[in-house]
Design a protein around this ligand. Sequence first.
Ligand SMILES: NC(=O)c1ccc[n+]([C@@H]2O[C@H](COP(=O)([O-])OP(=O)(O)OC[C@H]3O[C@@H](n4cnc5c(N)ncnc54)[C@H](O)[C@@H]3O)[C@@H](O)[C@H]2O)c1
Length: 256
Amino acid sequence: MTPDRNAQFAQYPSLRGRVVVVSGGASGIGASIVEAFVAQGASVAFLDIQDEAAAALTERLHGTPAFYRCDLTDIEALQKTMAVILERFSTVDVLVNNAANDTRHSIEAVTSEMWDRMMAVNLKHQFFLSQAVIPAMRKAQRGSIIQMSSIGWVIPSTGLPVYVTAKAAVVGLTRTLAHELGRDNIRVNCILPGAVLTERQKQLWFTPEYEAEVLRNQALKRMLQPEEVARLTLFLAADDSAGITNQSYVLDGGWV
Ligand SMILES: NC(=O)c1ccc[n+]([C@@H]2O[C@H](COP(=O)([O-])OP(=O)(O)OC[C@H]3O[C@@H](n4cnc5c(N)ncnc54)[C@H](O)[C@@H]3O)[C@@H](O)[C@H]2O)c1
């Protein structure tokens, strides 16, 4: 069963013309988020390392979103890229901290170097991208930061302990940033997706056994789509959610 393709979805007038930065926007959920903000009339910049996927997305969206190649584990490069974006767009209204890497790993395989690398790709850039946009948001006295966590640290998941640890930390980061920034009308929330059927998931882990496990655990008996996460992201970015900060939203078809 797929979601109703004829369903009508919200348009948010407050997102028109807003400057939105999406990390990991070239593929998967991030690409759906880029597309969703473009459809709202926002000015979108996205950061990623996948040139081909980024070019295909930009072409599909008629050149509207601006792609910035940036390895987010390189903090100096991240800071330089954000300086270029801030110079070009003058401000950033919405930051979506979405990039991650959920490569499977056993406890035994984790080395000190690998721990640092996985934390860098799944947690560290969320802090430094936020740090980079905060001065502009403070100046504007508004902003919305939306971070991708996961239900992985809530359900009894195995096979990716460092990723799961990072995704739990994203919630802590969300809550402390929300309290640091609330006085400047900057909101910080996070989303905990469940099993979302991206291209990468299809290619790497989507077997009949995996699907059966997901559907057994979810209340909804269908696979979730990336656009569904994008729609919640839009709501958390728009002025419609102006009173919401410090929160974690589970979007998992009723697994947790
Ligand atoms: N798909 C799911 O089922 C699921 C479940 C729970 C949480 N999430 C979370 O949602 C977010 C998006 O997930 P997804 O499934 O679309 O992931 P994905 O792996 O399909 O896409 C991640 C994107 O981040 C980019 N990226 C990775 N490393 C990067 C780096 N060093 N520098 C710049 N860009 C980099 C990738 O190129 C890719 O475009 C992630 O934070 C993920 O943890 C996804």
